[in-house]
Design a protein around this ligand. Structure first.
Ligand SMILES: O=P(O)(O)OC[C@H]1O[C@](O)(CO)[C@@H](O)[C@@H]1O
Length: 578
């Protein structure tokens, strides 16, 4: 396939389109009765089991999807990524987040240079600095130990680190190493978020980490200036040097802000914001909280998945046993394309059966929707099909008491069920039928079958359900899901899970033929906000009339300014009062 051909014009795409009709004739209820099929739709790697037997696929579908991968040059595109080619063509950048978790002796080139030594220089610096803070050899301006950390950042400079922090917070090893310390995040420019973040914190014992790839993001920089004021108000201007550090690719702006570049942790333009949790963006704040050795395990988990993707052929039959082996994340990517582009299901629910993963769906929302929410192919041709998925999710069982009604009887939403064999926090009450974790996992095992099988009117009639309720209580079934079972949820497993989803999303983009690594769609709103900001300032300070906006926006801004006209034009600095 030439680089300018749309994937939808290829023969394998057309064959999959035709194949949809065959699949629609079958029901998951019937597909699941074929045990041989179910067995061959399970795959295991490094302790993780993926069961995709509840996808609306046959072995023929899978074969056709691999043909699609071939015509999309998936293997070549992945190799280009790992080889540091500038696959983010609209920004002329390499995409090398895999280098962030490569082992010290690995060689990964970008623009003719092995980037791994640079990665490890920063990791070594993080280790050294975080140990100084944790051991109390780096202290605040008044000589007190810095036990609390506030990481300021938004989007990719926030969601990934928050997800990993939330996952580790209940892990026994991580708890032990975080004893007496706390890590908080400040993302929203809303002053309420500032208030919530600093409530109960003492500037004397707080280290503020400003995390921003560009060091220009409006929300992050205003929040950084706000916390700088908070520190100065309590401890004086010279305290900034001891209480503020940074993570950025833009060390010149870090210095201009007033942070010593020696106390800044670099990363590179070949790390996309949403793929940056394995850079200093995540590794630095997490190392301050948990120690570098715990975070290193997280990196190793991600690296294991990276190597699987790079070194293994995507699919292969083991002739001695009729077993089909394939790379888990490639398969997941192909199945997502199947669900979105062929079966027409636009959304995906991410349903971890562990509270520790409560921030996983919000993180994947950014990784997936900012990566694949595109309307043109990589060479700018409008797509004649929809790319991208609408991702959302909540931990089970909370989601069951919220939006599962729609998933069971309303729209068809392919679901990712994520379960863990060993709970981080086992609880067993004497006299209870099962442990608390078994109770949770009973739901993890039951829900995929409820979605797949449904419940027929005949079954309901046999149960003597009153006729007027039969249609209300009928479940159509045939609703697809995948189940991922992790052995436990330690730092290593969290790294594996992250990398599986990162690669899955990249695979989807490679198949759709889009650029999954730029994000032009966030720019327009930003520039319009700049225009509004200027107007608000001009109207408040000089009484200038509102101009340059349509009727609706003018009316809304007028109302806003009139109703808040008591705010003085040049007020003294104020900080939250709670
Ligand atoms: O790290 P920065 O440069 O502050 O950017 C934050 C986020 O803003 C975006 O550019 C747009 O939302 C994201 O891609 C990025 O993660």
């Amino acid at each position: 396939m030439s680089s300018s051909t749309l994937i939808s014009d290829t023969q394998p795409w057309k064959e999959l389109k035709d194949h949809v009709e065959d699949i629609k004739k079958s029901h998951l209820r019937d597909l699941l009765s074929n045990e041989e099929r179910s067995q061959s739709l399970m795959v295991e790697f490094d302790g993780i089991l993926l069961d995709y037997s509840r996808q609306q696929v046959t072995l023929e579908t899978r074969e056709k999807l691999f043909k699609l991968a071939e015509v999309a040059s998936l293997k070549q595109k992945i190799n280009q990524m790992y080889n540091g080619e500038h696959i983010n063509s609209t920004e002329n950048r390499a995409v090398l987040h895999v280098a962030l978790r490569a082992s010290r002796d690995a060689v990964i080139q970008s623009d003719g240079k092995n980037v791994v030594p640079d990665v490890w220089n920063v990791l070594d610096k993080i280790k050294e600095f975080s140990e100084r803070v944790r051991s109390g050899s780096w202290v605040g301006a008044t000589g007190k130990e810095l036990k609390d950390v506030v990481a300021i950042g938004i989007g990719g400079s926030f969601l990934g680190p928050l997800f990993v922090h939330t996952a580790l917070q209940t892990d026994p090893e991580a708890i032990e190493s975080a004893r007496g310390r706390q890590l908080r995040f400040l993302a929203n420019v809303d002053p309420i978020d500032v208030a919530k973040t600093i409530t109960g914190l003492n500037p004397e014992t707080t280290l503020v980490v400003v995390v921003s790839k560009t060091f220009t993001t409006a929300e992050t920089m205003l929040n950084a200036r706000t916390l700088r004021e908070w520190i100065i108000a309590a401890l004086g201007p010279s305290a900034v040097a001891k209480h503020m550090v940074a993570v950025s690719t833009n060390l010149a702006l870090v210095e201009k802000f007033g942070i010593d570049p020696n106390n800044a942790f670099a990363f590179w333009d070949w790390v996309g914001g949403r793929y940056s949790v394995c850079s200093a963006v995540g590794v630095f704040p997490l190392s301050l909280q948990y120690g570098f050795s715990v975070v290193e395990k997280f990196l190793k988990g991600a690296s294991s998945i990276d190597q699987h993707m790079y070194s293994e052929p995507f699919e292969r039959n083991i002739p001695v046993r009729p077993t089909f082996v394939c790379v888990l994340q490639v398969l997941l990517g192909l199945l997502s394309v199947w669900n979105v582009s062929f079966l027409g299901y636009p959304a995906r629910a991410i349903l971890p059966y562990t509270q520790a993963l409560e921030k996983f769906a919000p993180h994947i929302q950014q990784v997936s929707m900012e990566s694949n929410g595109k309307g043109v192919s990589i060479d700018g041709t409008p797509l004649p099909f929809e790319a991208g998925e609408i991702d959302f999710g909540e931990p089970g069982t909370n989601g069951q008491h919220s939006f599962y009604q729609l998933i069971h009887q309303g729209r068809v939403i392919p679901c990712d069920f994520i379960g863990v064999v060993k709970s981080q926090q086992p609880v067993y009450l004497k006299g209870e039928v099962v442990s608390n974790h078994d109770e949770l996992m009973s739901n993890f095992f039951a829900q995929p079958d409820a979605l797949a099988y449904g419940k027929t009117p005949e079954q309901l009639q046999k149960e003597n359900v009153p006729p007027h309720l039969v249609s209300h209580k009928t479940f159509s079934g045939n609703r697809p899901s995948v189940s991922l079972l992790l052995p436990s949820l330690n730092a290593y497993n969290v790294g594996q899970l992250l990398a599986i989803y990162e690669h899955r999303i990249a695979v989807e983009g490679f198949i759709w033929g889009i650029n999954s690594f730029d994000q032009w769609g966030v720019e327009l709103g930003k520039s319009l906000a700049t225009q509004v900001r200027k107007q608000l300032n001009a109207s408040r300070t000089k009484g200038e009339p509102i101009q340059g906006f349509n009727f609706s926006t003018t009316a809304m801004i007028t109302r806003y300014l009139q109703a808040s006209s008591d705010i003085p034009a040049d007020p003294p600095t104020s900080l939250p009062q709670i």
